[in-house]
Design a protein around this ligand. Structure first.
Ligand code: G3H
Ligand code: 13P
Ligand code: NA
Ligand code: ZN
Length: 328
């Protein structure tokens, strides 16, 4: 059944676990997530970005989500809009049946220019006023995602600040978070602690100076009833990087957010963990392997099934590691 983000994350908070939120664009990704959820009895958050809507089209995405719920009636499914850059985008998603929206007011409508605090409060508050009366949850964001090593947001296309970010903007301030939640009423808050979108997050395995996990407890202490969200939380598995490279891919040395760090984050109040890149890497690795090892194969389903199975492995491992398995 479709449920709101608030319902799923309230249960997660009461029972001390975290829920991975996976970005989806197509059939194989949705199949992978639903199969893993069924296997592990986990609640699901499917999230679609503006890029996903552009790729698949709103109607196809909507009907894929409907198919997921029809096929797995016992699994709770949140349909979440990732990184809305305007109130109009959020309104459109609510109309098309999303049960949760992210109003990312940390950036202006272009998805690139860092916004003022007042702009963020105002636009997020307006989205809450539109969403809450009809039972739709709202995620806000305070602070800008980006690397504490370079001051850069990382992502070249899509969502991510352009230019250098100051140290201040890269770390969410706990007291400002309290004011933000009081004034907006968001259900969930994405925080900045040094993670960024995409495969290139850290030049080395992250330590406390470049991944500020200690902030989480300080923020949680100020807003205990607001669910904290970690974006840019792919772990960038070295095994998949090795497979991509082995079969002709070119990915430079890079590190993600270790699963153990996310587990620490969950203990400090993180309830939603956004993951896109890990699914992309595993699917790309699996498809490269099929094409390289079976050069005469021309049925695309062979590669797509391998990709789906690879994604399912990642998803299942995250459900288990975050304590989500058995909670549906
Ligand atoms: O917000 C970042 C997600 O990874 C979505 O990426 O805009 O390429 O769909 P996308
Ligand atoms: P990754 O790029 O680390 O998978 O993060 C995805 C994300 O935060 C989507 O909002
Ligand atoms: Na989101
Ligand atoms: Zn994100």
């Amino acid at each position: 059944a479709f449920v709101s983000l608030r319902q799923v994350l309230d249960h997660a908070a009461e029972n001390g676990y975290g829920v991975p939120a996976f970005n989806v664009n197509n059939l194989e990704q949705i199949l992978a997530i639903m199969e893993a959820a069924q296997e592990t009895d986990s609640p699901v958050i499917l999230q679609a970005s503006a890029g996903a809507r552009k790729y698949a089209g709103e109607a196809y995405l909507r009907h894929l989500m409907l198919a997921a719920v029809e096929t797995h009636p016992d699994i709770p499914v949140v349909v979440h809009q990732d990184h809305g850059t305007s109130a109009a985008v959020c309104q459109q998603s609510i109309r098309s049946g999303f049960t949760s929206v992210m109003m990312d007011g940390s950036l202006m409508g272009d998805g690139k220019t860092p916004a003022s605090y007042d702009y963020n409060v105002d636009i997020t508050q307006r989205v809450c006023q539109m969403a809450h009366p009809i039972g739709v949850s709202v995620e806000g964001e305070l602070g800008c995602l980006g690397s504490l090593e370079t001051g850069e947001a990382g992502e070249e296309d899509g969502i991510g600040a352009e230019g250098k970010l100051s140290h201040d903007m890269l770390l969410t301030d706990p007291l400002q978070a309290r004011d933000f939640v009081q004034r907006t009423g968001v259900d969930a808050l994405a925080i900045a602690i040094g993670t960024s979108h995409g495969a290139y997050k850290f030049t080395r395995k992250p330590t406390g100076d470049i991944l500020a996990m200690d902030r989480i407890a300080a923020i949680h202490a100020q807003i205990p009833n607001t669910h904290l969200v970690m974006h840019g939380s792919s772990s960038v598995p070295q095994e998949w990087l090795a497979i991509i490279r082995q079969f002709g891919g070119d990915i430079k040395e890079t590190y993600g957010v270790p699963v153990e760090e996310i587990q620490r984050g969950i203990q400090s109040g993180v309830r939603k963990i956004n993951i896109d890149t890990d699914i992309r890497l595993s699917m790309t690795g699996a498809m490269r392997q099929v094409f390289a090892q079976q050069p005469s194969e021309f049925d695309p389903r062979k590669a797509l099934v391998a990709a789906k199975n690879a994604a399912r492995g990642i998803v299942k491992a995250r459900f288990e590691a975050f304590g989500c398995a058995g909670q549906a």
